[in-house]
Structures are given as structure tokens and as C-alpha cells.
Ligand binder design. Sequence first.
Ligand code: PMP
Length: 420
Amino acid sequence: ITPVAPTIFETRESAVRSYCRSWPTVFDRAQGSRMFDEEGRAYLDFFAGAGALNYGHNNPLLKRALLEYLERDGVTHSLDMGSVAKRTFLEKFEELVLQPRGLDYRVQFPGPTGTNTVEAALKLARKVKGRESVISFTNAFHGMSLGALAVTGNSMKRAGAGIPLVHGTPMPFDNYLDGLTPDFLWFERLLEDSGSGLNQPAAVIVETVQGEGGVNVARPSWLRGLAELCARRDMLLIVDDVQMGCGRTGPFFSFEEAGIVPDIVCLSKSIGGYGMPMALTLFRPELDVWEPGEHNGTFRGHNPAFVTSAAALDAYWSDDHLEKQTLVKGEQVAAALVELCAEHRGLGASFRGRGLIWGLTFADTRRAVAVCRRAFELGLLVETSGPKSEVVKVMPPLTVSPDELDEGLAVLGRAVRDTA
Ligand code: PMP
């Protein structure tokens, strides 16, 4: 990539920018699974807004709903006032998401981001139980505010811009110990030991697949064990489905496969559809101990996001076609990665994943960054994840076509070959 004169991004935007460094171009248009830069160069997007674009860019069905709403001067901003858009969203969510799954959750609009819903979940759990600590896992990622960082297992992010957060010991996520310790036995022992062990926590927060932490997949049996432990030890179970929810692993909620029912669920990213900022905190009705106004904010419910969200629920969740297609396309990715890893056995390549979230690693942990960089040059957007950026994360929109998947996976294969 040839160096260019500093742009307004470099001269005016703070140095905290990050993705622009992985993909040094200026994007202008996007449609479906493709983004186009201002020079008109096309890129296949297997990053999908870090999980915010499950239904693809400028999805025509959602666009139509949004344009119609704006065309008729639908209310855009109304804080938490009642609005037709909000009512329609709640009705659709009830009809298409909660009822078919036999789930009974109160719905809170905690603010526009994933961090906002995690923050609300942590506050609520502490208030319900009247206890302070929340247990989290190695390599967890839950957001960037101080509360969410306190349960995030990444020392670089937890450093809190130079002032490190004090925090209890994280629990090992599934497979962290390569099966060395019987699951939860020692965890339970620590809970019984209030002297040198753990004070009784209010809750446990977990991702079913750690997206930022390196595409670490928890087994359904492990999640069931965790849910049973929480019930036995009077701790609330919070599932952070911000990145893995809305169909990323196949079903609408990523915990459905394990057959567990969390006490609290965090949703954001793709819940708005169309890349609209939106978040939900779901909790069992008896946990609704909030006082009016106890957790508020200006952007608690953004009507255009309700409109695109309701349209997405209608288009993709009135039957199980998206779930089925995601699982089939997931097998397509897995088959391609089996081949890629066999071809590159010498590089110690291996992969893991579920649905349409896959991670590819190499013996040399630095290779993933080089592969992503080469993929960009070849017209494919894939990001790394994991504590050492050692995992290539493959996360296309769920609406990606099988041909586009083949095309992107072929480019990924070429990027690995070129950097071998
Ligand atoms: N939880 C999880 C599991 C996430 O992946 C993320 C974002 N990557 C967040 C919370 C925070 O979401 P946001 O960036 O919208 O604040």
C-alpha cells in the first residue's frame, strides 16, 4: 500500500481509531455482502460490522420499511415515550421471538450499544441480589465502559487507558484448561470458601461463543452445567448475546442449542437490522426491580431502529428459513476450512466455529494478521480476534449467497497461500 498524504482522518480524528488501520481505504457504498470504496473498488465483507450486519448492507426489505417511515414523517427521536414504531417492534418481538420459544422476558431499552445493555444487566443483577461481584470468564469481551470492562478478560482493554481496573480472578472458559479440570468443581469449592475463596457473587456473565476473545465455542453441555451451577448457588445467569445473537450461530438466541434459559440476556448489534444502533436487555419478569428513571438515557429507543428491527423480524424470523440456511452455509464454510487446513498442515492451521462464525488459527500466532492484510489487498474484509490477534475471524452477513461464500473462502485460501 503506497503512503498517501495525511487526510482529515489523520489530522482531525483522535488516534483511538482502529479499523481504518486494518483497512486503509475510504468506503462509500455498500450492498448485501459487498462494500465499495470511493475509488469504486469492491470488497467482500466477511466482517459484517463486527456482527451488526447479519442481514447485509442496505438490505432492500429493511430499506423499504425505513424509507416509508421517513417518507411519512414518522417520529425519529422520542426518548422512551410511547411510539407506534416502538409498539410495533415490541409486538413483533413478542410474536416472533419470545412466544415461539416459550420465553417470558421483560424488555428494557438500555441505550444504543452493546456496552449499554451489559451495563444495565450488571446493575440489575447487583440490585436484585444486593451483592457486588459478577463472575466472568477468561478472554471474555463485554464492552468498553468501566462496568463492562470489569468483566472483560483482556488485559489490554482492561488497562482502562492506563489506570488498570481492580478485578477478581476470571473463571476459565470452556476448553481453556484443555479438559484438565473437572468442570465447575473447583469453582464450586471457591464459592463455598468465603475466607480465601470467592464472596458470594450476584451473577455470572458469559458469551456462548467468545467473538472478540478468539471464537472460543462453549459446548452445550458446559453451558448447561454453568446454568445448573448458577441455579444451585443462587447466582443470576447473564448471557451476553450481543455478537452471537440474532441468528449468528443459527437460532435467534445462541443459547437455544444448549436448551438453557438465562435470567438476563443482552442483545445489540444486529437486533436493529440495517446497522441501526439499538440494544435490548431481557430479564425474567420477577427481576424487574428497576425504579422509574433509575437507568435512563437520551437514546433509549431509536424509532428508525425499531422500524428496521421489526422489518427484519418479519422478513427473517416468521419461519425458520434463516436459521436453516445459516446452518447449511456454516457447513459450507467448515468444509472449505477443512480443505484449507489440510492444505496448510505445515502451518499448523486449525479452525472452530458454529453457524456463520468461524475462527482460523495458525501455529505462528502472527500469521493471522498477515493473512487479513493480504485478504484486504485481494478484496476481502476479514478481521482478527483473540488476545494476540491470532485468530482470523470469518463472519459474513447471514444473507451472504453460497457463491459469495465460495468466492470469499477462495480469496482467504489464496491469502493464506500468499503469506505461507
Ligand atoms: N458484548 C459482546 C459479546 C461484544 O462482542 C461487544 C462488541 N464487540 C460488546 C458487548 C460491546 O458492544 P458495543 O461495541 O456496541 O458497545
